[in-house]
Write a protein of this length. Sequence first.
Lengths: 326, 326, 359, 359
Amino acid sequence: MARLNLVEAIDQALLQEMERDADVIVLGEDVGRDGGVFRVTDGLVERFGEERVIDTPLAESGIVGMAIGMAISGFRPVAEIQFSGFVYPAYDQLVSHASRMRTRSRGRFTVPLVVRMPYGGGIRALEHHSESMEAAFAHVPGLKVVIPADPYEAKGLLTAAIRDPDPVVFFEPARVYRAIKMDVPEEQYEIPLGVARVVREGRDITVIAWGAQVRVAREAAERLAAENRADVEVIDLRTLSPLDSATLVASVEKTGRALVVHEAPRSGGFGAEVSAQLMERAILHLQAPVRRVTGFDTIPPLSKLEDYYQPDADRVVDEIVGIMEF
Amino acid sequence: MARLNLVEAIDQALLQEMERDADVIVLGEDVGRDGGVFRVTDGLVERFGEERVIDTPLAESGIVGMAIGMAISGFRPVAEIQFSGFVYPAYDQLVSHASRMRTRSRGRFTVPLVVRMPYGGGIRALEHHSESMEAAFAHVPGLKVVIPADPYEAKGLLTAAIRDPDPVVFFEPARVYRAIKMDVPEEQYEIPLGVARVVREGRDITVIAWGAQVRVAREAAERLAAENRADVEVIDLRTLSPLDSATLVASVEKTGRALVVHEAPRSGGFGAEVSAQLMERAILHLQAPVRRVTGFDTIPPLSKLEDYYQPDADRVVDEIVGIMEF
Amino acid sequence: MAITTVATFGVERVEVMDPEGVVDEALMPDLSPERITELYGWMVLTRRFDERMLKLQRQGRLGTFARVTGQEGAHVPAAFALHDEDWMVPAFREAGAFLVRGVKMEDFLQYWGGDERGNLIPEGVRMLPTAIPVGTHMLHAVGIGWALKRRGEKAAVLTSFGEGATSEGDFSEAMNFAGVFQAPVVFFCQNNQWAISLPYYRQTAACTVAQKAVGYGIPGVQVDGNDVFAVYRTVAEALERACGGGGPSLIEAVTYRVTDHTTSDDARRYRAEEEVATWKARDPIERLAKFMKKRGLLDDAGEAAVASDADQRVAQAVAAFEAVDAPNPDEIFEHVFAELTAPLAEQREALRRRLAKEA
Amino acid sequence: MAITTVATFGVERVEVMDPEGVVDEALMPDLSPERITELYGWMVLTRRFDERMLKLQRQGRLGTFARVTGQEGAHVPAAFALHDEDWMVPAFREAGAFLVRGVKMEDFLQYWGGDERGNLIPEGVRMLPTAIPVGTHMLHAVGIGWALKRRGEKAAVLTSFGEGATSEGDFSEAMNFAGVFQAPVVFFCQNNQWAISLPYYRQTAACTVAQKAVGYGIPGVQVDGNDVFAVYRTVAEALERACGGGGPSLIEAVTYRVTDHTTSDDARRYRAEEEVATWKARDPIERLAKFMKKRGLLDDAGEAAVASDADQRVAQAVAAFEAVDAPNPDEIFEHVFAELTAPLAEQREALRRRLAKEA
Ligand SMILES: Cc1ncc(C[n+]2csc(CCOP(=O)(O)OP(=O)(O)O)c2C)c(N)n1
Ligand SMILES: Cc1ncc(C[n+]2csc(CCOP(=O)(O)OP(=O)(O)O)c2C)c(N)n1
Ligand SMILES: [Mg+2]
Ligand SMILES: [Mg+2]
């Protein structure tokens, strides 16, 4: 078992799945010789050739639209969008076609497509490179939305996403890409989509997060534990759509309190859906309102002010304390 | 004071604002001689000429992108997208530019743009013609999202939207277009953006809706009143972004209960944000969980099954009764 | 140092049969009398079906749809030129192509009647369903073409669209990807001069659609779209080239939308009746009939027989369509994902409970 | 009935100055010695600034940015050909154009240093800020061009972009809208042969970018992008035509990205050093210097003086940049809307409370 970072874990997941299934195709801007701007597809073109690792022209709608045709034809395209801030030209293809070809054709044509992309801030990047718009995808019927939090998760979730018979939008936390290394099994494994994961058990409050914020939540939990101030349960949502509300509800039935953490803008962010679900399914267990630690309803600021925008353990700790004291 | 339907009220709002301000420009597919496929821009080209009422080529990104340039230059473009199901090609221009040109340029360049479009079901239309994806816009920082419920509202809100110095996405409930007529003052008036409206006062429960669902909520309220089963307060949200949570909270502090009604898919719909806001701001006043009556997490079905998808007064009544009995 | 010409391009127009049904023998495609008779039958069937659909729509038995009358000379021979192994990726104004390719009329009616079950293209028919968002589907054709090539199949894809669709960015991306990947795709534009109320000359400043191919390094050609032989010949050639590894091409079939845009439209609001009249006089079916009569492939009695045969088939289809039971509301949840996810199961259950209560 | 040619097109290439600095007098643009000297100064400043920015980036004082070294022969003379009333709508690889148009170097540094306050283009400078999403900004140029025309202003818009941008659908929509509305827009493509790791010949099957104009009914021309006179001449002509109501045009300036794509890139992963070396030998600044020396407009001492003057200006700008205080976190909320909406006021308040507590 090797220690891999998130980039390496995804690269390995792609490589192994491409070995197992000759219909898996990787395409996108600079995914070939360059190995992707984050090197996620490093080594793939050398191993599988240009017919299976395809450098495309610079056109996101083209990438996703063409991949839909490939998927309809029985291939399993894994499309990379260079940054999630550049996926919007492809939004139409995702919303109007990928998500509904199965419905439209009553099951005859299906789109087993994965669209991978880095998302989120914390990497001191240019405008449009720190976006976190997962909610705009999680609301689209017919799309699954998956966000891994660490290398182990990423390998298992991506493998499951590629094997899934329907389109999956796979957001990779850019900030985590090279931030941590962990043991990742050499053999293939799947982590089922649609199932949240309890990362840390606790009795007092449930903190729900995804992507890079899972680490933030854990850090806050450890800190509060060390100080004996609260016993925090941390849940990694993993899949925003379809949502695993059962795991959330079970946790909150136990803890009686909940906090959602995401870096996307607050209003209409996916935290609202989590909160609404707990309102509907767990209100009698709630000892305090479910709250949210989020980005602001603003454009993510450039690097000089970015840290004020991003949730961090301090904010999460403060909010937990606030909820405990409610 | 004439009795106008929604189409006529918007047409009048456009005409009067174009008369008042020579910088107001209407553009879109078929907005000229044809007067728009719903006739919303009827008569405008005859009155103002082809330089101010512009039939564009068939390209939504082009329409919005060009309108951004016009707006930067001091014009006030009102762009029509033929159906909201066709706005996605323009999503990138809205998210990546219209919404952030002010931020990016530190206030030097601004985009006083209105993007109007019919939305929602109930009109027995083809695929892509019944979409209700307002949540995907309400989550975007820098965009305002406005949805009128009736002709009077439409005129006042559209006038305010055109005069607003920032981009406004203006969703028009297609189902209401010709469904009702009401008195609309001949003179111009503005209904401020960002302020919700209490449509009907009540003591027992607050029903929050927008667009065509305001009528549905009212019908349910009247029915329950007639049967003496509940005294329902109905709120028309009007503006999803920025959200007027104060009005919602004030109402729920009084009634102690709330229901949100929208026809968009349930998961990640804007109802979640409303619910989350009440969770955060009014939990101590809630005697029952806030619930949602919504569309399903599916593609809106074609006409034969459409009625099962759309919220109706029966569903709203049932849900209200359920909440009252909680 | 100078100003030099580094590239030149020409756009050709293909015409085989004149309005009187006289053909240029040198350019005639290889079509047996039987095949020509068959093609004529499809065109007539398409026309009668379209007219019947209009009536059904006016009676409230169908929803809005886009008529094809007057454009049978374009999309019908194009579909007719396809082999079974070839794919077709249509827009929304190709009723005749659906029929030619093997979609049942009653299914087609069912779909346009607001019942998505009618959209299930029969297994074995290589055709995607109607694509409503203008311009978006050509990219799927490129992906399918890429897949055919990668699998080594001797087949190509024909994707059809209106001239309005060429203004959408996706058209450009599809053409460019097709060029770069040398995908076996024939881009078939029915330039019917109008995109709802916008005339061609305001859709683009390019004098032909065909020349749009230049920007992608692929061949483009214009044909008389009311001349079935010009269309058939050009499409067949393009398909053959594509199958043989010769890459994509663009065909502009110049025709005319003699009807309203859809059944919801009133074209008199924006265009002159005289223009329509001129084009009605260029009817593609009549033109083919003239040719066939000259060749002894058709006489007046035969003409009437084809029409009444078509009417009979249409009548049967309408009867079959009307006999279909209303869909079960469960259908709404049936094909969102391969499996019924937890939220969908819950929502379906809620709907079932609601309906049970009402019943 | 026949196959006839209905349209023909040619693509011209303009070259004025050869690699040795020898010009074709007949094609020389109308530029006084002073103006040529000024242009040379901007090019040298741009080069020295770019080199200094690289150092700052490597020291962690700037974030990622896109270098322009080697492309000064393209975007600098293009910006230099603009009049004050004209607009420029840039992409992200036009540092020299920002300087020429009047953006302060220290502001430019501030922006690329991660402080958006540096992005405030001075009042009176008709230039939009950097557009990062490839291909999206040309439509804004069309809208601005439309506005100039509607206001009757004798001015035009120049929008610049890379050859990769021509693959995005928005490029096509912008070209088409410009053609239809005859907007006074000059589309200026810096074809530097690479879009990150993708070489030109895999970006499109079209042998020139210039020919992409054909599909929109507008003129397209190719120029040697390392030949300042060819670029200046062609841009000036296109601007004049646009101002005079002659509509839009496309200019392809063939140049080369001799640097990595950005400071985050390592071009050795995907391209051969020899190719880079060939192009380094075609340096546009050296070429202009050769010309000027022949004409007595420059000697070795002057060359050194221009360089050291540039370095001094750059040093001053860097000092000014580094003297700027960190932005106030309130800035985050400042320019979202004209007014501070209720949610934003609340969020700003929460941030202020948090910071006060920490302080
Ligand atoms: C993306 C998108 N925008 C707008 C529409 C509405 N619409 C339907 S058909 C049509 C005109 C299409 O013109 P053309 O491509 O020439 O095809 P034709 O109708 O002439 O066959 C329009 C604007 C749509 N369906 N999709
Ligand atoms: C829509 C979009 N997709 C991807 C990117 C990432 N990206 C930045 S520059 C670039 C290549 C641009 O190539 P080209 O247009 O030729 O300009 P050049 O960098 O060569 O100047 C890419 C892919 C982006 N900024 N925007
Ligand atoms: Mg048309
Ligand atoms: Mg380039």
